[in-house]
Design a protein around this ligand. Structure first.
Ligand SMILES: Cc1cc2nc3c(=O)[nH]c(=O)nc-3n(C[C@H](O)[C@H](O)[C@H](O)COP(=O)(O)O)c2cc1C
Length: 325
């Protein structure tokens, strides 16, 4: 399949693995890229630019194919050393960066000068247009269904994707709720030129997370996610568990007076315990509604090959079959 996204990133299939905190390590990114998609290392999971440098080198030892790095610009108390991370990206000849969160404009000149292609992930058409206007090469349009931060507008992809198609000139991929060939074909029908998946890629053999995390995703239905931190305007979609129930109780008790410090125990620094140690109730962790569509733990190659061959069947068999001769 050839789209502006496959051309832009030099990849075989229009499938991207979104950056994921404590999931997007070298092993997963390399496996996705080796399978013909675009695997992405999560920059800020690496504590220092030196650690990112090592992680990129580790991934590059596993595949010769293009790999990307995610740089998330969220309101964090201590601003990370973004110039240092960008230097590690450029020094390692990475040509794809997924930005997310706040406007990345101040970091674009350095990246673009080094020939890096930027895909900015955003949850609103107005943000996608802004990304286009500042020179991003593509956007990832993240619907309300998504695992992680869906923003505050609550527009699902059935509306958001065609709206993006109506407004944008640069290519975009769908993100949020994407799991299989049906997702890919539907995204293409709505104007996207590929799809980005997060939660689906956690439940793969190569994702270097605890087996309990993968099992929790397979066991979950589409009814099992919750939105937390809405009162702080930092909404996150997470898998429900005991810590999330406690967090929601605190949100209810505090109402409009809620402060981040009230819920710090449930959200801050919990990822290593969950992803590495498999302590599933340690806190709130991002997970999409798409968990309801995930019933197996394939390799990345099995997943991507399956999506591409089934997409072919859907387009040539099912859809073409509906057309009157
Ligand atoms: C466990 C987890 C951690 C994530 N961490 C990040 C992150 O650090 N930066 C980021 O830009 N997006 C992050 N995301 C969002 C994903 O990159 C992607 O946009 C999202 O998962 C898409 O929705 P889906 O899960 O329905 O596929 C995370 C998602 C999950 C599930």
């Amino acid at each position: 399949m050839k789209t502006r996204i496959t051309e832009l990133f030099g990849i075989e299939h229009p499938i991207i693995q979104g950056g994921m905190h404590y999931v997007g390590f070298a092993e997963l990114a390399a496996a996705v890229s080796e399978a013909g998609g675009l695997g992405i290392i999560t920059g800020l999971t690496q504590k220092t630019p030196e650690d990112l440098d090592k992680e990129i080198k580790k991934a590059k030892a596993l595949t010769d194919k293009p790999i990307g790095v995610n740089l998330t610009f969220l309101p964090i108390v201590n601003t990370p050393d973004y110039p240092g991370y960008i230097k590690a990206i450029i020094d390692n000849d990475i040509k794809a960066v997924e930005t997310a969160g706040n406007n990345p404009v101040q970091y674009l000149p350095a990246l673009k000068e080094a020939g890096v292609k930027i895909i900015h992930k955003c949850t609103a058409v107005r943000h996608a247009l802004k990304a286009q206007s500042i020179g991003c090469d593509a956007v990832s349009v993240d619907g309300f269904e998504c695992g992680g931060h869906p923003g505050e507008d609550d527009i699902p992809n059935m509306i958001l994707l065609p709206r993006a198609a109506d407004e944008l000139d640069i290519p975009f991929v769908s993100s949020g709720g994407q799991a299989d060939a049906r997702s890919l074909v539907a995204s293409l029908a709505m104007g996207a030129e590929g799809m980005n998946m997060g939660t689906r890629f956690i439940a793969t053999k190569e994702a270097p997370v605890h087996q309990n995390v993968k099992d929790a995703i397979v066991a979950a239905s589409e009814l099992d996610t919750r939105l937390v931190m809405r009162p702080l305007r930092n909404t996150e979609r997470v898998l429900n568990n005991a810590a999330v129930e406690r967090l929601l109780e605190i949100e209810k008790e505090k109402g409009g007076d809620l402060q981040f410090t009230d819920i710090i125990e449930q959200v801050a620094g919990v990822y290593p315990q969950i992803m590495m140690e498999g302590t599933m109730d340690a806190g709130a962790w991002s997970c999409g509604m798409v968990a309801g569509l995930i019933n197996d733990i394939p390799t990345c190659k099995e997943l991507i090959d399956g999506i591409m061959s089934e997409a072919d069947e859907i387009i040539r068999g099912r859809l073409e079959g509906f057309l009157a001769a």
